[in-house]
Structures are given as structure tokens and as C-alpha cells.
Ligand binder design. Structure first.
Ligand SMILES: Cc1cc2nc3c(=O)[nH]c(=O)nc-3n(C[C@H](O)[C@H](O)[C@H](O)COP(=O)(O)OP(=O)(O)OC[C@H]3O[C@@H](n4cnc5c(N)ncnc54)[C@H](O)[C@@H]3O)c2cc1C
Length: 387
């Protein structure tokens, strides 16, 4: 027998340091996350503060950023950490993506030196949590339509508007909020507890239940000029952050798929149907072979994109291609694995249905599959079909 990753000699594409990082993250997930994650999912309650500190000491928060207490790791190492985290649960990887690639990256890339010093070391350590508010109730795929405004009043800024579906919202110490000014979209750091800033959790989710999702309400929130991110002007600011987080999803989605496939292979070996192991039937083997192929191709694509990112040549279209393919295929793998588990596949005793419903959110956030198809369509034809 050979594992799905060994079939593609996946480890030969990685350096010794990358394998070591992957193994360390896996060990911590096995010890600290896997024993509890189904319960967090079932109750919809996540010990986010405690988890953030665990992830901070593991060094995965902002691990691809340089300086300010961040680990300064390569793109493939970061991707492998996302893979292992998402093999445990997409909600956990979402916490890390939003903290490191959206909130910390926005401050790291566009912030003043004072903002970096104030927030980044504590966020890298997991002592402070951040969120990223771009989406609004009426504007998700088309953030250019945002209604949240930031107006100058004396030397201050006053923000009004509502952000929706914000990961980490109610557990955050700081929200990176994107708002329309008379000079285009700008980013602001809104500390928790600022008067006029309230946060309400989204209830009744049946996907990403081991993740905090919130609404941010800004009602006359007054901020000093030092809250403005000086380096971001226009929508390219938030879109640059999203590109970072999407890259992590290219690897992460394959982690969820791998966990499903390994579970299904083990189950099919143990489960007897018609007096023989389920794994011995040709229909089962075809399913497993097809899934291993898509998993292998997705992993190869992820490492290829990681090497392009490390070389500094990756384009947003290539990240879109990776996100579109790998999330779509991961979801298909999760659904197919679920069929192999029969009725057992619908319980939280196995991780498969949890991954499957989680991946429905991953398909939608960080650009829906339709939007990434349109990005690729534009790249291939030169014609934008968004409007
Ligand atoms: C669990 C979760 C966590 C999230 N976390 C965050 C976060 O931390 N920060 C944040 O800012 N946002 C976050 N989001 C929001 C997410 O980014 C948006 O949901 C996403 O961008 C889609 O926007 P929407 O839900 O408004 O859908 P819509 O934009 O209304 O889209 C509805 C449907 O229309 C399709 N569609 C849209 N435009 C076109 C078009 N031109 N052609 C064809 N089809 C089109 C879409 O693909 C989709 O299928 C999160 C979402 C979820 C579910």
C-alpha cells in the first residue's frame, strides 16, 4: 500500500526544513486540535484566544512575513502549514489566514512604522487577534460598491457603515476596515471597544462552525489620523491582501481533501459489505484512484505556485487558478469520500462531512468560484465579463 501523497513522491519536492515545519504543525494539530475540533464544530464554540496563543507559539501567525516577531518563512512552508491546519479544520486555517494574510499583512504592507510596532509582534505571538472587514451586506463579489464611508472631521476620521461575514470579528482586538473616502478606498485600524463600534456574531451557520463569523457595525466611529493605513490607496490595497490569503487556501483545501481521502481509504479497508472489504470492489477503487489523482494534481499545482511566489513571479491570475481548481476538487473529493462512508459519513465521528460543509464556505470566500472563473476568462480572452 502507498499513501496518496507518496504516489506522487510529494515529499521529494520539499526541502528538509519544509518537511520539518509540516511535521511540527501536524504534531501540534494532532495533539491540540484534532481531539477537540468536532466538539467545537458541534457546539459552535471556539476557544479562539487560547488557540491563537497556541498558534502564535507554533510560529504560524504571519509566518511568511519578515521582521516584527514574524518567522519570515518561504511560501511553500507557509502553504504546508495551511495544509496541515486545514486537514484539522478549515475554521482553524481561516483563523490563521485572516490573522496572518489579511490583518497582519495589511499592517505589514501598508501600515506606518508605529502601527507595525504596536500590532505586529503581539499578533505574531497570538496575544492579539485581528480581523479584516471588506465585505458588506450588499457587496461581496463587487467590493467597489461598498457603502462604508470615512469622512474627515477636523484632524479625525469618522466611519459609518456595516461589514458582514467577518472572520474573527468578535474575538478581535483590531479590525482592518476598508471604507470609501473622497479620495477613494482607504484602510483603517479600528481597535475593539472604540465608541460606536459594535460586533455581532452570525448565528445558525452549518459551515465553518469552528470559526467566529461576525457583523461589524460602525456608527460614527471617530478615529485619529494615525488609524489610517498610509500605504494603501484604492481597492488594490484590500485586493493585495486577499491574494495573499488565497494562496494559503490553494494548499489548505488540499489538506481537507487529504484528511477525507485518508479517512475513506481506512474505512473502506475495514468495512465489510457483501462479505468482502468495501476497498476490494472495483467501483470503490475507481473512486479512490480518481480522488488520488485530483489530490496529487492539486498538490503539484500548489507547490508549483509556491515556488513561483518564492521567486516573486506569481500573478494574481495564477493564484485564482490554484484557488478555483483546488477548492473545487477538494469539495468533490469530500463529497465522494462521504459516499464511501455510507451513513457513518453523515456523523461528526468522522471528519468527512465536517470538511465537506466547511469547503462550501471556502468555495465562496476569498473570491467565489464564479469570480475566479471570470478572472481566468478575462486572462484568456482579454475581455472582462464581470459586468
Ligand atoms: C464563513 C465566511 C467567512 C468570511 N470571512 C470574511 C472576512 O473575514 N472578511 C471579509 O471581508 N469577507 C468575508 N467573507 C465574505 C466573502 O468574501 C463573500 O461572501 C464573498 O466575496 C461573496 O460575496 P457574497 O456572499 O456577497 O455573494 P454575492 O457577491 O452576492 O454572490 C452571489 C452569487 O453570485 C455570483 N456572482 C457574483 N458576481 C457575479 C458575476 N459577475 N457573474 C456571475 N456570477 C456572479 C457569485 O459567484 C455567487 O455565486 C466571508 C464569507 C464566509 C461565508
Amino acid at each position: 500500500m502507498i499513501t496518496p501523497t507518496a504516489l506522487f513522491a510529494f515529499d521529494t519536492l520539499l526541502t528538509e526544513e519544509e518537511r520539518e515545519i509540516r511535521n511540527t504543525v501536524r504534531r501540534v494539530c494532532d495533539r491540540e486540535i484534532r481531539p477537540h475540533v468536532a466538539e467545537w464544530f458541534e457546539t459552535g464554540e471556539l476557544p479562539a484566544r487560547e488557540l491563537a496563543r497556541t498558534l502564535g507559539s507554533l510560529g504560524v501567525l504571519g509566518m511568511h512575513l519578515e521582521g516584527y516577531g514574524c518567522a519570515g518563512m518561504g511560501a511553500v512552508s507557509y502553504g504546508l502549514a495551511c495544509l496541515e491546519l486545514e486537514a484539522a479544520d478549515s475554521g482553524l486555517r481561516s483563523l490563521v489566514s485572516v490573522q496572518g494574510s489579511l490583518a497582519m499583512y495589511a499592517i505589514w504592507k501598508y501600515g506606518s512604522e508605529e502601527q507595525k510596532q504596536e500590532w505586529l509582534p503581539a499578533m505574531a505571538a497570538g496575544e492579539r487577534i485581528g480581523c479584516f472587514g471588506l465585505t458588506e451586506p450588499d457587496f461581496g463579489s463587487d467590493p467597489a460598491g461598498m457603502r462604508t464611508t470615512a469622512k474627515r472631521e477636523g484632524g479625525d476620521w469618522v466611519l459609518n457603515g456595516t461589514k458582514m461575514w467577518i472572520t474573527n470579528g468578535s474575538v478581535s482586538d483590531v479590525a482592518v476596515v476598508w471604507a470609501r473616502t473622497d479620495k477613494g478606498v482607504r484602510g483603517f485600524l479600528v481597535p475593539a471597544g472604540t465608541p460606536g463600534f459594535t460586533v455581532n456574531d452570525v448565528k445558525h451557520k452549518i459551515s465553518l462552525r469552528a470559526s467566529v463569523t461576525s457583523e461589524l457595525v460602525l456608527d460614527g466611529v471617530r478615529l485619529p489620523d494615525t488609524a489610517l493605513l498610509p500605504g494603501a490607496r484604492g481597492l488594490s490595497g484590500p485586493l493585495g491582501c486577499l491574494n495573499e490569503a488565497r494562496f494559503g487556501i490553494v494548499f489548505g483545501a488540499m489538506g481537507a481533501a487529504l484528511d477525507c481521502l485518508e479517512t475513506a481509504i481506512a474505512y473502506a479497508g475495514d468495512r465489510e459489505v457483501f462479505a468482502k472489504p468495501l476497498a476490494s470492489f472495483q467501483l470503490t477503487q475507481e473512486k479512490l484512484a480518481d480522488m488520488a489523482l485530483e489530490l496529487g494534481k492539486g498538490l503539484l499545482l500548489a507547490v508549483h505556485l509556491g515556488r513561483l511566489k518564492e521567486a516573486g513571479t506569481i500573478t494574481p491570475e495564477q493564484v485564482s487558478a490554484g484557488k478555483l481548481n483546488n477548492v473545487r476538487e477538494a469539495l468533490e473529493i469530500a463529497r465522494k469520500c462521504r459516499t464511501l462512508l455510507g451513513a457513518s459519513g453523515i456523523t461528526l465521528e468522522y471528519p468527512v462531512i465536517r470538511h465537506s460543509v466547511n469547503l462550501e464556505s471556502v468555495l465562496t470566500y476569498e473570491g467565489t468560484s464564479e469570480i475566479h472563473s471570470l478572472v481566468l476568462g478575462k486572462a484568456l480572452t482579454g475581455i472582462a465579463a464581470f459586468h
